[in-house]
Design a protein around this ligand. Structure first.
Ligand SMILES: CC(C)(COP(=O)(O)OP(=O)(O)OC[C@H]1O[C@@H](n2cnc3c(N)ncnc32)[C@H](O)[C@@H]1OP(=O)(O)O)[C@@H](O)C(=O)NCCC(=O)NCCS
Length: 212
């Protein structure tokens, strides 16, 4: 476990953080009796105009879900790299990436997104053929449990199938108990692990796969 550093302390050049049992509700499994309100929503492919909303939602959900597990400087380094508007614009423009957004409310605001990324792999799945990565799946916490994550995943699965891919893979943090359950409910199984680096912080992700 990472121990809180005093102000001004110098962190090592790299360090590991292991999941521990005192993680917050953002990563905990929901009790079966706690059924949330079902919200209505629509989905569509993301456009370049969605980049600021995706960047803002991605930063907020990532900070809420994982912020407790890394020091603020490493969280900021990762958010700048992955969820600046420029970074998301590059993802939307990239030929190897596809983003689907979920929208809701009178202003049809972006409340979720899924990102499909081609040509990525990990050592534990390098023997598998025709694989594609579900790289990101993020839903606004106010809308969790409405089937948005499942719908977005089904849509990217259909896109992947249409492109001839046969297996979808993803990495999920070993301490993200809630997302692990969600992925298991959608048919993914754990096949290995890899290291995920944010700033200087190294965490362990499960690698999960699903036949398409
Ligand atoms: C993981 C996440 C995308 C799920 O989105 P969601 O819209 O809340 O999920 P859904 O409502 O579509 O639920 C999908 C399935 O998981 C189950 N599920 C949802 N939340 C659950 C929870 N807290 N505990 C157990 N199961 C859960 C649902 O029952 C459903 O299965 P079912 O249809 O068989 O009942 C969302 O919680 C999220 O954005 N979390 C923060 C970011 C994150 O961790 N992303 C994954 C990074 S790898």
């Amino acid at each position: 476990m990472l121990v809180a550093q005093p102000a001004g302390a110098v962190l090592p050049s790299e360090y590991s953080f292991n999941a521990h049992i005192s993680s917050p509700t953002a990563v905990q499994v929901r009790p079966r009796s706690d059924r949330p309100i079902k919200h209505t929503f629509t989905t569509r492919p993301a456009t370049i105009n969605d980049a600021p909303a995706i960047a803002s939602l991605g930063s907020r959900v990532f900070s809420t879900t994982f912020g407790f597990s890394i020091p603020p400087c490493d969280l900021k380094a990762y958010l700048d790299e992955a969820y600046s508007t420029d970074a998301v614009e590059n993802d939307v423009r990239s030929a190897s990436t596809q983003l689907i957004v979920a929208c809701a409310g009178p202003d049809d605001r972006v409340i979720g997104f899924a990102q499909l990324t081609e040509f990525t792999s990990e050592p534990c799945i390098e023997d598998l053929e025709c694989i594609i990565e579900l790289q990101r799946l993020y839903v606004d916490p106010d809308f969790h449990g409405s089937g948005i994550g499942k719908t977005l995943t089904k849509e990217v699965e259909a896109i992947a199938r249409g492109q001839g891919y046969r297996i979808m893979w993803l990495g999920v943090w070993e301490g993200n108990f809630k997302a692990q359950r969600v992925y298991e409910a959608m048919g993914f199984t754990r096949v290995g692990e890899h290291e995920f680096k944010m700033g200087r912080c190294i965490q362990t992700d499960w690698i999960m796969i699903k036949d398409l």
